[in-house]
Write a protein that binds this ligand. Structure first.
Ligand code: IPD
Length: 270
């Protein structure tokens, strides 16, 4: 059941405010240098700005809605005393941390709100391009004030396909083999380095499809709502219900064909 309008409005306003405060911190006031550490592998980076951004977002949300559960990439799940209000937030304080470290465009702040298990609000703020994407369930998606709506589907051979790679070296090698086989069958491949923006790129028609294995919900939640509210179909690579372990998002008229191709290349099994 869709939550009441006043709750959706409150969550959307709060998500926009938290994202704007985080963007001010990480982009407008970006320090000349900041600490950088490794996480799951030597290529998986976290910076002190990721942690500071998450603290900012948690404090904006917590000041207004102290009873909500917040799950963030850096500090994990924080459940308030009493178990929560039924609202759960997914926070990626900097999606595309490698882009951020290199000052490469495309990193973003991604914030989603879930009510009783359904993602109902998503905000993806892209400061290097000066754009904020957002969606509220049932109300469509926008980039700033511009409505996003998919046009006609491209033929498979003409599809520009975005993807991303995990941080485990073995998996990266296998993902590269899949890309090598996919490349001659589509228009081209893009690896932009930030999953939430890849999803917004599907919503905006800047790519025709996006797939990736091994995401986390904080990478996926906001961008997937934006893409589906713009008219895309989102699911697992083999066509099941959306799950971060193996994501495919594409025009509904091209989803099944891409799914068959990717399954045939073993894209889900990397
Ligand atoms: C990563 C980016 C990247 C994707 C990785 C993600 P992070 O997020 O979205 O594009 O390929 O799978 O983990 O680690 O920079 O927040």
């Amino acid at each position: 059941m869709t939550p009441p309008d006043d709750l959706l409005d409150e969550l959307a306003t709060l998500a926009h405010r938290a994202a704007a405060d985080a963007v001010r911190l990480i982009h407008d006031e970006r320090p000349a240098s900041f600490g950088v550490d490794n996480k799951s592998s030597s290529t998986d980076l976290v910076t002190e700005m990721d942690r500071a951004s998450e603290r900012t977002i948690r404090s904006v949300i917590g000041a207004v809605r102290p009873d909500d559960v917040v799950i963030g990439e850096e500090d994990g799940e924080v459940v308030p005393e009493g178990g929560g209000s039924g609202v759960r937030w997914w926070v990626d304080p900097i999606d595309g941390t490698t882009n951020y470290v290199y000052d490469h465009p495309g990193y973003n702040v991604s914030i989603a709100a879930e009510v009783e298990g359904e993602v109902v609000v998503g905000v993806v703020a892209d400061p290097t391009h000066g754009r904020t994407y957002s969606a509220v369930v049932g109300r469509g998606a926008v980039c700033d004030d511009r409505p996003l709506r998919l046009g006609p589907a491209a033929e498979l051979s003409q599809c520009l396909v975005a993807t991303g790679f995990g941080y485990d070296p073995g998996r990266r090698g296998r993902q590269g083999q899949v890309v090598a086989e996919l490349l001659p069958q589509v228009r081209d491949i893009r690896r932009m380095g930030a999953a939430a923006l890849d999803l917004c790129s599907v919503a905006s028609g800047r790519v025709d499809a996006y797939y990736e294995v091994g995401l986390s919900m904080w990478d996926l939640a906001a961008g997937a709502l934006i893409a589906t509210e713009a008219g895309a179909r989102a699911g697992t690579i083999d066509g099941g219900p959306l799950h971060p372990r193996a994501v495919l998002v594409a025009h509904p008229d091209r989803f099944d064909e891409l799914s068959r191709l990717l399954v045939g290349l073993g894209a889900s099994d990397v």
